[in-house]
Structure formats: structure tokens, C-alpha cells
Design a protein around this ligand. Structure first.
Ligand SMILES: [Zn+2]
Length: 460
């Protein structure tokens, strides 16, 4: 009997459809079964929004969502719930890192090599990340994503340096259950002006190298085009790096196009001129903002623009990541130390001005360095804790990485709070994080979407 190609493909299609419904496996196994019910009990539950503590607390979880929150005696509808008892631990929402770079892990090169290869804003470590194999980079991203999750970071907004689609593919792989990691909002390539990035690169290759990492925003047409190009790679957010070259019409065009596509825009801006361009263009968040003026803080508050604080270098960070591997001449070491002290003082002042202004703020780690002795997750959470060292009240630090961050991301309906209807993303610590913010660095329990990632409180 002869059958046509079309008949064969129709039969194959039918076979596949039948198979999909009758042979559930892997991700499909639970498709039609009743979702698992879990009851998590703990000594305390902190609500970062109000600062209220529920003690003792119980959270009923069905599938990946929270169904009920209350004192254990008031939880009904228990059914066949699996019970996880965390004893006296304090629960809080899973952490949100609003400014991450999961596909970048810079090993700071020795001083001499750094000088030899110094190339404008292209530090050798950054350049190497771009020119090496994208497959290698993606696998490293999977490792750093897992390390984030194990430290309690259940949501990440990844803002660039991922290659063309590294972060959106990592997001999809995590969502498909192929690798463990946080929920990811991916920005794809960073939008930049031509600026300094091409200095000293091999001119025959520079465009090809740049295209791996960036999209240009020079001119309003290119700005719109670059937003659309990122959108075609299925990004969740647009990241623009603003410097003094970027014009208001260029950034306004990018923001307008992004908003038309229902994407928020995060703008890296350090100096007052770039910050003003970002405010005037209607950015959704300003990243870093180190040199922001009081007037600009007021403008941001009035317009509802979020400030995303990134105290990455606070407290001599650079020395901490370089000293284990680089022997510095005493003069260089001393210069680094006094620059760290000056930087700390400036950041302390910034934090006080931000708190006084009433501007909405979140926090991001901006972690993209290899930190000797720490995983990416541990290094990132240490950055949040730095905000506390800079005299941010503990509750405000916790808000900055939970409820505030969720609002900044536009995900306030799904993460950032322990409430019915939200994803069951939870973190548990042994002590009281409001009394001691460093508790965040020692999470003993992590749950993402109802799945236990770690539980050091489990009785052995
Ligand atoms: Zn960054």
C-alpha cells in the first residue's frame, strides 16, 4: 500500500497527540492530577509591607500557589496535606534580585594585565565573556542561577550581558524544569550608544563582537528598532545604559516603543545628566543612580519612578574579590582602601537622602564578579545586607528585595509577599531578620513555587 507524505505526517501528528494524552512523563506527569497540597508551619511569618509578624504561622500551598495564610489553628481545607514544620524559624517572601547578571562572572585580572589590555569600558573580563563560547556561558548561567536560588533568591531581573538570548533561554529552561533557578525577567541585549565600547577592538571584528552583547540606540529610528529586536527574542524588560551621549529623543523613543509593547524600561544612569535624561524620558526604574540630586529624587517620587539601589562596591568589595588572588603593591592597596572609605561615606549619604525623599526604591546586587569563597547567591545577598550596613532600616532592606521589587518589576500580583494567590516562594531564617539583617545571609529554608529547594531545619 502506498501512502503519501501528507498521510504519513497526519498519522504522525495523530500519534503524537494521542501519546501526549496517554503517556504523561516528566513535565506532563501532573498535568491532570490533583495539585499537591503542602502545609508549611513556622514560629513566625514576617509581612514586609506592614512589619507585622504572625506567630505561630501556617501557610497552605496548593500546587505552586499559596492558598491560605494564618495561625495553624485557623487553616482549614487541609485534606492530605504534606506537613513541613520549620520549628521556630522566621518565614519571609523569597528574595528578588532586581539587578542581576547571571551570564557574566568576571575574574578580575591582575593589575598589570588590566593596564595592558585596558579598553575603555571593556574590561578584559567582560570582553572575554563575549568572545568565548555561548554554550559555555549558558551553562555557567545555569550554575549561577542555581546558586542564587539556594541562597533564597527566587526571582531575578537579569539586566544584560547575556549574549543575544542567553537570559531568555535560561528563563525558559528553568520554567521547563530543565535546570533549577529563580524566576527570571530577561532583558536580552543592553541598549547602548556607540560611545566608548569600540575603542581598540580589532576593527574588522568589532561590530560582530558588539552585536553579541549590545544593541545600538544612536538615533530615534535605531532606538525603536533595537527595542523591537529584543522583543523578537522574547524579552520581559528593556535595559538601556544611559551616558552623556544619549539624547532625550533617543531614550524617549525607546521608552515609548517599549511601553507600546508592554515592556518596562530599566535605565542604568550614574551621573546627574544621564539621570535627568532617564527621568524626562519616563523610565520605569533608574539603576544605580549614585550621583542623584535631591531635586531629581523629588522628581522621581512625583513621577513614581523607582530607584534601584546597587550597593555592590560598598565596604571595600573590590579588595575582597581581588586580594585573595592578586598581590597588590602597598601603595595600590592603600589607594584602594581610602577610595573604599570615601565610597562608603558617599553611599551612606546617598541612602539617607533616598530615605528622606520618599522615593520608591528596590535593591539589586549587580553582581557580575567571581567572589572567592562565596557562591553567586551568597555574594548577591551580601550586597543586600550592605544596604543595612549603610544604615537602611532592616525592614526597608527587606522591602527593597521583596514587596517593592515586585512592584518595580510589575510582578506584584505574583511574587514579593506571602498572600493567597501568589506563588509559594518562601525563605526561612533561624533568627529575626529585623533585629539582625545579616540573618538574610544564612537562609535555612527555600521554597520556590511550592517545591522545597533546601531545608536545613528538617529534623535528621
Ligand atoms: Zn549592571
Amino acid at each position: 500500500m502506498q501512502i503519501s507524505i501528507r498521510q504519513i505526517s497526519n498519522r504522525l501528528l495523530l500519534f503524537c497527540l494521542v501519546s501526549a494524552f496517554t503517556w504523561p512523563s516528566n513535565g506532563q506527569a501532573n498535568l491532570h492530577s490533583v495539585p499537591v497540597t503542602t502545609l508549611v508551619k513556622a514560629g513566625r511569618l514576617l509581612d514586609p509591607r506592614t512589619g507585622n509578624v504572625l506567630a505561630p504561622a501556617a501557610i497552605l500551598i496548593q500546587g505552586d500557589k499559596i492558598k491560605q495564610v494564618g495561625p495553624p489553628s485557623q487553616i482549614t481545607d487541609l485534606g492530605e496535606a504534606k506537613i513541613i514544620d520549620l520549628g521556630t524559624a522566621t518565614l519571609l517572601p523569597g528574595f528578588i534580585d532586581s539587578h542581576a547578571h547571571l551570564l557574566l562572572d568576571i575574574v578580575v585580572p591582575p593589575e598589570a594585565e588590566s593596564r595592558r589590555h585596558s579598553n575603555g569600558e571593556f574590561a578584559p573580563g567582560l570582553l572575554l565573556a563575549i568572545v568565548e563560547s555561548p554554550s559555555k556561558r549558558a551553562l555557567m548561567g545555569a550554575q549561577l542561577a542555581r546558586e542564587d536560588l539556594e541562597s533564597g533568591i527566587t526571582t531575578v531581573r537579569n539586566l544584560g550581558h547575556s549574549g543575544i538570548d542567553g537570559d531568555s533561554e535560561l528563563r525558559d529552561a528553568i520554567n521547563a524544569g530543565r535546570v533549577p533557578g529563580p524566576r527570571i525577567l530577561a532583558s536580552g541585549r543592553k541598549l547602548i550608544t556607540q560611545g566608548e565600547y569600540v575603542q581598540n577592538l580589532n576593527p574588522a571584528l568589532s561590530d560582530a563582537i558588539l552585536q553579541q552583547e549590545f544593541l545600538l540606540i544612536d538615533g530615534v529610528d535605531l532606538a525603536r528598532h533595537s527595542v523591537r529586536q529584543n522583543e523578537s527574542h522574547n524579552v520581559d524588560v528593556i535595559k538601556v545604559s544611559a551616558d552623556e551621549n544619549l539624547t532625550l529623543p533617543e531614550l524617549s523613543a525607546a521608552v515609548e516603543e517599549a511601553h507600546r509593547l508592554h515592556l518596562k524600561v530599566a535605565v542604568h544612569a550614574i551621573d546627574a545628566t544621564s539621570i535627568q535624561t532617564a527621568i524626562d524620558a519616563g523610565a520605569d526604574s533608574i539603576e544605580h543612580g549614585n550621583e542623584i540630586t535631591d531635586l531629581q529624587l523629588k522628581q522621581m517620587r512625583d513621577k513614581g519612578i523607582f530607584l534601584d539601589l546597587t550597593p555592590t562596591f560598598y565596604g571595600g568589595f573590590f579588595l575582597k574579590i581581588t586580594e585573595p588572588s592578586i598581590v597588590m603593591p602597598p601603595a595600590v592597596h592603600d589607594a584602594e582602601l581610602s577610595s573604599a572609605t570615601r565610597g562608603k561615606k558617599r553611599y551612606d549619604e546617598l541612602v539617607q537622602r533616598v530615605l528622606k525623599s520618599g522615593v520608591k526604591f528596590a535593591a539589586g546586587s549587580d553582581m557580575c564578579w567571581s567572589y572567592p569563597g562565596k557562591t553567586r547567591g551568597q555574594a548577591s545577598v551580601a550586597t543586600f545586607v550592605s544596604l543595612g550596613e549603610a544604615r537602611t532600616p532592616a525592614l526597608d532592606v527587606i522591602r527593597a528585595i521583596t514587596v517593592n521589587a515586585a512592584e518595580m518589576l510589575g510582578w506584584q500580583d505574583r511574587v514579593g509577599a506571602v498572600e493567597p494567590g501568589k506563588f509559594a516562594d518562601l525563605v526561612g531564617v533561624a533568627g529575626d531578620p529585623v533585629a539582625d539583617i545579616t540573618e538574610l545571609e544564612h537562609v535555612g529554608f527555600v521554597m520556590k513555587g511550592g517545591q522545597v529547594i533546601r531545608n536545613d531545619f528538617a529534623k535528621h
